[in-house]
Design a binder for this molecule. Sequence first.
Ligand code: CA
Length: 230
Amino acid sequence: MEDKRHILLVEDDKYIINFISMSLKKENYGFYIAKTVEEAISLFYANRPDMVILDLGLPDGDGMDVLKAVREISQIPIIVVSARQEEQQKIEALDMGADDYVTKPFYMGELMARIRVGLRKSSVQQQEETDPVFVCDYLTVDREKHLVMIDGDEVHLTPLEYKILNLLIENRGKVLTHRYILSEIWGSSQGVESGNLRVFMAALRRKIEKEPTNPQFILTEVGVGYRFKG
Ligand code: CA
């Protein structure tokens, strides 16, 4: 098939490799399997896949090295697969530009959904970047006129709220860490606490979500950050 998407699976656990590759095959993705950092980097350069699924703990080093090598030349989606005890590394990986994560043990349906979101995002992004009007359900953001509308009615955001909303929309589907958002919005994560960010998010949600306590657009990634619905 001409438009078959190819995924580089970086994982050293045989059981997980079997488990994931069976599902990839079933969903008609092409894939390459790398069990070490070295294999991953060489398979990435040789095949230029559309996405990377990345285990962080590899026998010859850290999955982070794969992430850095890929990000040097490519913005393809990277989904980190981490173990519970790798919480800190997972956040670091997201700070370094990974798009998303699943934590072991995970449901295959969940990983497949993340893969679909990641691949769809990378294929529509270029086309959408030129369109100043973003529409998602009842939310419209006109980035030329700096206008935010709910069901066609204008809502007033503060400049900071507007900036945060746009950052989330530009990166929709992707998990943004607290540190990343703070540094993008305030220029540094120093001096601004993630608690302050929670206050801004709550205010923003009250303005754009119909049910702020059950948000449809701005989703919380507990202990990690936020994600705009993919
Ligand atoms: Ca591993």
